[in-house]
Design a protein. Structure first.
Length: 302
């Protein structure tokens, strides 16, 4: 397959590019326009520009690009987050729809933020969206792919949980503090966090590329979500360290503002119903196994 990837230099994107290339696919990154070679496909979302012709006929597109939400949500930051997801996705999909031979499938990242703060409620793809900044952005993000669907491109929205791997993402940021015994739960720790091992996520993308029966929203999470306290305890246990320094909810809100409330203290107890119905088998359904693999790899490289 000839596959275009946005966000190809990111934590997930770089691992995906490597995996797809090793699987025999031709992978073409969509790079930011910087005045470089015209032999590469480029785009400039703030400027409304995208040039796909150098990529050649495309079989598939995997769209992972977007501003990091792990920052204090000033009005300027919120505008960047929304534009990088909603406006950039719309720009890309309109360009794909104009191609003489559009790709067969578009896999577009979405997020657990679609559901908002839902406490103990079990959430599958049929669950209604939540309320707040993240749910609103996620709804608009997914709707921004309408131009691709209208061109009969099969669109899959992967609602990503916390992606876990040693070399990047949330786990890499947590490990230093936890290694020194400085980790702890956030708030009361009762909020559910839905997660997925990077290895399983890459396999989900491969499934979505190949299986024409899959379209629409898919919860890309492990079938075993855990509370924040459970996550903290599992990581501390894997490291053989205590985790006795919780951060009270008021401190989370003080330090991180609205991002802390909506992203760190919110509860999303998600079930990957469509993946399970498709017959997908997780290699890492349990958190302890993910931490064991990640830490074994970490020790081998130190």
């Amino acid at each position: 397959m000839n596959i275009l990837v946005t966000g190809a230099r990111g934590f997930i994107g770089s691992a995906l590019v490597s995996r797809l290339a090793n699987g025999g696919h031709r992978v073409v990154p969509l790079r930011r326009a910087t005045g470089g070679s015209e032999a590469e496909p480029t785009w400039n979302p703030p400027g409304g520009q995208v040039r796909l012709e150098p990529a050649g006929p495309l079989d598939a597109v995997v769209h992972l690009a977007g501003e990091n939400i792990a920052q204090r949500w000033t009005p300027t930051a919120m505008a960047r987050i929304r534009a990088s997801r909603v406006d950039a996705t719309r720009l890309l999909c309109e360009a794909l729809a104009r191609m003489p031979q559009p790709p067969r499938v578009l896999i577009c990242a979405s997020a657990t933020g679609f559901y908002g703060d839902r406490g103990q409620e079990v959430l599958d793809e049929r669950s209604a969206p939540g309320t707040g900044f993240l749910p609103e952005v996620c709804q608009a993000w997914e709707a921004a792919a309408d131009a691709a669907q209208q061109r009969s491109i099969r669109v899959v929205h992967l609602r990503l949980g916390i992606v876990l791997a040693r070399h990047g993402g949330a786990l890499a940021k947590m490990l230093p503090a936890f290694r020194f015994g400085l980790g702890g739960r956030l708030g009361a720790g009762r909020q559910f966090c839905s997660w997925i091992a990077l290895e399983d996520l890459l396999r989900v993308v491969e499934l979505a590329l190949q299986d024409d029966r899959l379209s629409g929203a898919m919860n890309a999470v492990s079938p075993e979500p855990v509370t924040n306290a459970g996550f903290t305890e599992a990581l501390a246990r894997a490291l053989g360290r205590p985790a006795v320094l919780p951060m009270p909810a008021f401190a989370v809100k003080l330090l991180f503002g609205e991002m802390g409330r909506e992203a760190l203290l919110a509860s999303a107890r998600m079930r990957p119903a469509r993946l399970l119905e498709s017959g997908f088998e997780f290699r890492f359904p349990q958190l302890d196994a993910v931490f064991k693999q990640a830490l074994d790899q970490s020790q081998q490289t130190t």
